[in-house]
Design a protein around this ligand. Structure first.
Ligand SMILES: Cc1ncc(COP(=O)(O)O)c(C=O)c1O
Length: 278
């Protein structure tokens, strides 16, 4: 039996009927990438309510790198259901929380002491990264990059760069967020080509410290995963930042596994919503 099976026009009659119920019951603001309603999913395929079967290239937008309904994941979920479902960890903690934090700290690159907190989503992890950076440094400003996506809550929307469909109509956003071009060679903000560009984008941070925000006001720069030569340049500029109270320069690398702090999300729960902040 082939994985891909198309038995009806797409969307099929049952998906269309569900679409009509959805239009009456659910706000329009929640959009859907496809008009088909899923009935079952396994590994890398999913089947809709009309019996059509597809290869799932989206995987819950990258949340299911292990595939749908993997045995180990289902077994762990079932075992947990037999013990307890929720206590609210702030009210009553449990060993598995500590064990997962220990495991993530162990497998995360970097020779330094690490700690991990779990949150409900990627956006909540980013929100907490901002709260921690501001509370710890006692500084307000954040530097983010063009084309960044950090989530859909108000603080993460302030950090997110793309206006449509994310930001338009939801202004005003929390302040003290400054934005500079990213090292994005495919669509360079300056219309230049690497390496003859001479890393013009990397100089933007230095420029921002002169023209937008004083370095001593900056709590975090979200440097993400930048090419090594751009990072080297950024790190050199970041060295201009006051080093207290972190021992490292005031760079908060939101998605950089080699550095000391950053939120992560998506794939951690194999489909169960959970984010982490290390
Ligand atoms: C880089 C990045 N940051 C933050 C988020 C927000 O995560 P969540 O949708 O779990 O809130 C995402 C989600 O796609 C993401 O890709």
């Amino acid at each position: 039996m082939s994985t891909i099976q198309l038995r009806t026009p797409i969307p099929g009659p049952r998906s269309r009927a569900l679409g009509e119920r959805r239009a009456k019951a659910v706000p329009r603001g929640l959009s859907h990438g496809t008009p088909v309603y899923v009935a079952k999913a396994e590994d890398a395929w999913l089947e809709d309510v009309d019996g059509n079967r597809y290869l799932d290239f989206a995987g819950g937008i990258g949340c299911l790198n292990v595939g749908h309904r993997r045995d180990e994941v289902l077994e762990a979920v079932r075992a947990q259901l037999d013990h307890f479902l929720h206590t609210c960890v702030q009210v009553t903690p449990y060993e598995s929380y500590v064990r997962l934090a220990e495991r993530l700290n162990e497998v995360t690159p970097g020779k330094f002491a690490k700690k991990t907190i779990f949150l409900n989503s990627g956006a909540e992890a980013v929100e907490n990264a901002v709260k921690i950076a501001r509370a710890y440094t006692k500084r307000p400003a954040l530097i983010a990059f063009n084309d960044a996506f950090h989530g859909r809550t108000m603080m993460t929307l302030a950090l997110t760069s793309k206006t449509h469909p994310y930001k338009a109509g939801f202004e005003p956003f929390p302040g003290d967020v400054y934005r500079i071009p990213y090292a994005y060679c495919y669509r360079c903000s300056y219309g230049l080509t690497y390496p003859s560009c001479k890393l013009t984008c990397a100089h933007a941070l230095e420029d921002a410290f002169k023209r937008m925000v004083a370095p001593e006001s900056v709590a975090a720069v979200n440097k993400g995963s930048l090419p090594a030569d751009v990072l080297a340049r950024l790190d050199a500029v970041a060295a201009l930042l006051p080093r207290r109270p972190f021992e490292e320069p005031m760079i908060l690398p939101f998605n950089d596994p080699d550095s000391y702090s950053g939120p992560g999300m998506a794939n951690l729960g194999a489909g169960i919503p959970v984010g982490r902040l290390r």
